[in-house]
Design a protein. Structure first.
Length: 177
């Protein structure tokens, strides 16, 4: 999640479906404030343990205890519920950032070959170009789709670093006053 380095340091980052904090922990080590959200209490406890900058929230993604337009940045990895995109985007404050990465349908071949784990069901795998459509009308700052082999392992995924367009609109409104 290298794109997180481009998010201003004073912004709080909310990690949705954080699990045990695979992304929250390294961000906290960079002196970032992170809110790790997951519906599994033990996972959230693990994410928070030993990381002063990580705060935990146990909640189901379908009923997040977060106000509309109140979040500076969202990080979401390896989680896909298409019906939630509108609600997740609404959480971002004007000019807020979205960092999103999850598996594509091509990943299924790695799973079936026993080289990786992940969902096999199409409901949890992105089609080619789908992530870009799901984040619209956000401004896409970076987009990648394809094969990745890094410290997290082998995978086919799509990732996006996007920005809620409201900040430019807000700045334009103030400039005209």
């Amino acid at each position: 999640m290298a794109a997180c380095a481009r998010i201003p340091a004073h912004h709080t980052i909310v990690d949705i479906a954080a699990g045990t904090g695979r992304h929250a922990a390294p961000l906290a080590r960079q002196r970032r404030t992170i809110i790790a959200v997951d519906f599994v209490e033990l996972a959230v406890q693990h994410a928070v343990r030993g990381h002063a900058g990580v705060h935990g929230v146990v909640a189901d993604v379908w009923s997040l205890p977060l106000r509309t337009a109140s979040i500076h940045a969202l990080v979401i990895a390896n989680f896909l519920e298409r019906a939630l995109f509108k609600d997740l985007k609404a959480l971002l404050s004007p000019g807020g950032f979205l960092v999103y990465e999850t598996y594509t349908v091509d990943h299924r071949q790695l799973v079936e070959a026993g080289r990786a784990r992940a969902p096999r069901c199409a409901a949890h795998l992105l089609e080619p170009g789908e992530l870009a459509m799901l984040v619209a009308p956000f401004a896409i700052l970076e987009y990648r789709e394809g094969y990745v082999n890094d410290e997290a392992g082998e995978r086919y995924c799509a990732s996006v670093f996007a920005r809620e367009p409201g900040e430019e609109q807000h700045a334009d409104t103030q400039a005209g006053e």
